[in-house]
Design a binder for this molecule. Structure first.
Ligand code: BGC
Length: 428
């Protein structure tokens, strides 16, 4: 299909256009991680284990070749704590070298690396200590960040300390519930689609874990700045795009308070803030409402709502403040209809362009995801710009990848009328 890109918005110099992945979802055989342990225990609530994932642990050069050939100038990937520190205090130099090679590989291909230190998975030993509820968690994370600085020293400028801390705090509650249900055959199996398990619904994020994550972020920030003051450090928050139905404004604000705002406010001293948005969540007087009747939904059951991105970016800038630039670190759609991926992304970019025209300082757009990958319990929801054959691991870029790559090459996104006023400094 040929999407109508309209006159377009010319992107400021240095704008990052690329795609994202996370280690556990693409590397495969993340055997020292807590997720691997959960996936593989008998009776697990996780429907499908990650196994080889898409073998990016070995195939990262091919992944980066493709992204760069497609026209992108940035790649967000993660480094895996469980590989770098498989036992408490024991650093795998081989793992550090592996990730240093990835950083160099990205730079050689003209891809700016945006590197995540923690994306949902922890080393098994860390979880066994109590994970984020252990009193030592912030110090342990800061010690890992110190080792990670060695990887970043290979040429990284943009670092994410913790991916979606707000989802991590919710998952803590969710996991406890799911584990309680594991012994219950009525609750096991079924139509589990991975990401659906992370639907915030009416779950309350764990307040202790929230505080621990903020402490860990600040501690890692300090350690990383000491290692290299030039690093641009932030974290990435899952924006739920809460929309209050008439009369439910206070309920919606209370939802946003503990699930989003507290994490955004913790970014006010950061170098940038990551926005991750997929859909909206309508809130009525009694809490979250279902997807509106007749609305199109994705393979994760989420409403197809491209405007979520622009709304999330505006909300984030309002809460964090205009002095902290925004990087879109995730936005995408789980679908096997690639035309829909293009239409959705076109709408999302148009809403982003409108926010930028209105003055929000956005420095990059990284699509989720570069590849079809392991969606936390299932391979069924395909978010990728690049398809992967599960047997041969052969990669095939989709039309959406070519379309988005051509926008990156042209330095223009749909939906805007002109260049952003005054251009803008380089990203982050
Ligand atoms: C996460 C990704 C996930 C994506 C789609 C984000 O919450 O950072 O790991 O795959 O959304 O569900």
């Amino acid at each position: 299909m040929t999407p109508s890109t309209g006159p377009g918005l010319t992107l400021p110099d240095g704008f990052l256009m690329g795609a994202s992945t996370s280690p556990h979802q693409v590397e495969g055989n993340n055997v020292s991680s807590d997720w691997w342990a959960i996936e593989n225990r008998p009776g697990s609530f996780v429907a499908e284990p990650s196994g080889d994932a898409v073998d990016s642990f070995h195939r990262w050069p091919e992944d980066m070749d493709l992204l760069s050939e497609l026209g992108f100038n940035a790649y967000r990937f993660g480094i895996e704590w469980a590989r770098i520190e498989p036992e408490r205090g024991r650093v795998s130099r081989a793992a550090v070298e592996h990730y240093r090679a990835m950083v160099r590989g990205a730079l050689e291909r003209g891809l700016t690396p945006v590197v995540t230190l923690h994306h949902f998975t922890c080393p098994r030993w860390f979880s066994e200590l109590g994970g984020w509820s252990s009193p030592e968690s912030a110090d342990l994370f800061a010690a890992y960040a110190k080792v990670a600085a060695d990887v970043l020293g290979a040429g990284v400028r943009h670092v994410v300390t913790i991916n979606e801390p707000n989802m991590v705090a919710l998952m803590h509650t969710l996991m406890r519930r799911a584990v309680r249900k594991e012994g219950d055959p009525a609750a096991a199996g079924g139509e589990h689609t991975g990401a659906a398990a992370f639907e915030p619904g009416s779950l309350e994020p764990d307040a202790g874990v929230t505080r621990a994550l903020i402490r860990a972020h600040r501690a890692a920030f300090a350690v990383l700045k000491e290692a290299d003051p030039a690093l641009r450090i932030g974290w990435t928050v899952a924006n739920q795009v809460y929309q209050a139905e008439p009369g439910a404004e206070e309920v919606a604000a209370a939802y946003a308070r503990t699930r989003e705002d507290v994490f955004l406010e913790a970014a006010r001293e950061d170098d940038w803030i990551g926005v991750q948005a997929y859909t909206r969540h309508r809130i009525g007087p009694d809490g979250p409402l279902p997807v509106p009747e007749g609305a199109a939904t994705t393979l994760t059951g989420w409403e197809v709502y491209p405007e979520a991105l622009g709304e999330a970016v505006r909300y984030t800038a309002r809460v964090v403040g205009p002095h902290v630039p925004v990087l879109v670190t995730e936005n995408g759609i789980a679908t096997d209809d690639d035309d829909l991926r293009v239409t959705y992304t076109e709408g999302a970019l148009a809403s982003l362009a409108a926010a930028m025209r209105d003055g929000v300082d956005v420095r990059g757009y990284l699509h989720w995801s570069a590849l079809d990958n392991y969606e936390w319990g299932s391979y069924r929801p395909t978010f990728g710009l690049i398809a992967v054959d599960p047997r041969t691991f052969a990669r095939t870029p989709k039309e959406s990848a070519r379309w988005l790559g051509s926008l990156a090459r042209a330095g223009r996104i749909p939906g805007g009328a002109a260049a952003v006023p005054g251009g803008g400094p380089s990203a982050g």
